[in-house]
Design a binder for this molecule. Structure first.
Ligand code: AMP
Length: 313
């Protein structure tokens, strides 16, 4: 393989995937892995392209994992389109598309799962979606055992998930390097998500306000605001100006530890989740305030002034 794209192969069983990967591994090829739930967009494809650049063999999985959905969540109606995904994945340089059924992944249910402590899962999405991150950690650890990748690529879009996976890999000694990748956004700032297709025209029009609110919060931090509540209140206020939103949470925490802050310092995450009708949207910005200090000392401009199309809107 190694750069020469022989076309993408769709694989649905664990033995076939292992059979396909084992000679590659034996030949010393580096295996990159991009786990997804499909209905691909540029966010997913950015991970695949990065894997293509850094690895010899690129494996993407598409599996809508029932374990990470709550009873009243959207497992059944989650968007699926394998034919479209297949073409997009191939274009992005994916070699093997692993698309197992639920029967293949959980033939006898699960008696053994990975449980992640509430220190990491008791806030943000974990609080609103009990059991979600145990479901994620369980399926990702199964996929890691199946694919045995050298590197695995995750988006910062799901920043709590990235923190959970990084910690799981450290705690359980998985021999894989986790690569976190930046959030890919629509031109108006809305973070790309498979769930954006659920939005009505009106909802889609107001949805970018989430990112605009985050940008305002980020600007406050960059100007030196040290009180978490001042930032959180401002972000809440901006979102609440649009009555279609029902806020789930706005939180400012340390990252990746996800601990509450007495004062804003170090690396922090400003994260939101909000409902628009039946659709739950999440977004975040991660700011390294230590870096800011350095930049300020050197007199360089804050990031929002140089590369953020949405800030200030
Ligand atoms: P999902 O299919 O939603 O489970 O996402 C699969 C992977 O793609 C996860 O690592 C996500 O964080 C990542 N991802 C989803 N949306 C984006 C985005 N807008 N930008 C970057 N990565 C993303």
């Amino acid at each position: 393989m190694n750069g020469t794209n022989k076309g993408l192969e769709v694989i649905t069983t664990i033995p076939r995937l292992r059979e396909r990967l084992s000679p590659e591994r034996a030949a010393g090829k580096r295996i990159g892995f991009v786990p997804t739930m499909g209905y691909l967009h540029e966010g997913h494809l950015s991970l695949a392209r990065r894997a293509r650049q850094e690895c010899d063999v690129v494996v993407m999985s598409i599996f809508v994992n029932p374990l990470q959905f709550g009873a009243n969540e959207d497992f059944d109606r989650y968007p699926r389109d394998l034919a479209r995904d297949r073409d997009l994945a191939e274009e992005a340089g994916v070699d093997l598309l692993f698309h197992p059924g639920v029967e293949e992944m959980y033939p006898r249910g699960t008696l053994t799962t990975v449980r992640v402590d509430e220190k990491l899962t008791g806030r943000l999405c974990g609080r609103s979606r009990p059991g979600h991150f145990d479901g994620v950690a369980t399926v990702v650890s199964k996929l890691f055992h199946i694919v045995e990748p050298h590197r695995a690529y995750f988006g910062q879009k799901d920043a709590q998930q990235l923190a959970v996976i990084e910690r799981m890999v450290e705690d359980l000694n998985f021999p894989v390097q986790i690569v976190g990748c930046p959030i890919v956004r629509e031109p108006d700032g809305l973070a790309m998500s498979s769930r954006n297709v659920y939005l009505s025209e009106t909802e889609r029009r107001v949805a970018p306000r989430l990112y605009q609110a985050l940008c305002q919060g980020e600007a406050l931090i960059r100007k030196g605001e040290k009180h978490p509540a001042a930032v959180v209140d401002r972000v809440r206020e901006i979102i609440a100006q649009e009555s279609l939103f029902r806020i789930d949470y706005v939180e400012l925490l340390s990252y990746p530890e996800l601990e509450p802050l007495e004062s804003i310092r170090g690396k922090v995450i400003l994260a939101v989740a909000a409902w628009l009708g039946q659709t739950r949207l999440i977004d975040n910005v991660i700011i390294d305030t230590a870096q800011l200090q350095d930049n300020d000392d050197k007199g360089s401009p804050g990031r929002e002034e140089v590369d953020d199309p949405c800030c200030g809107k």
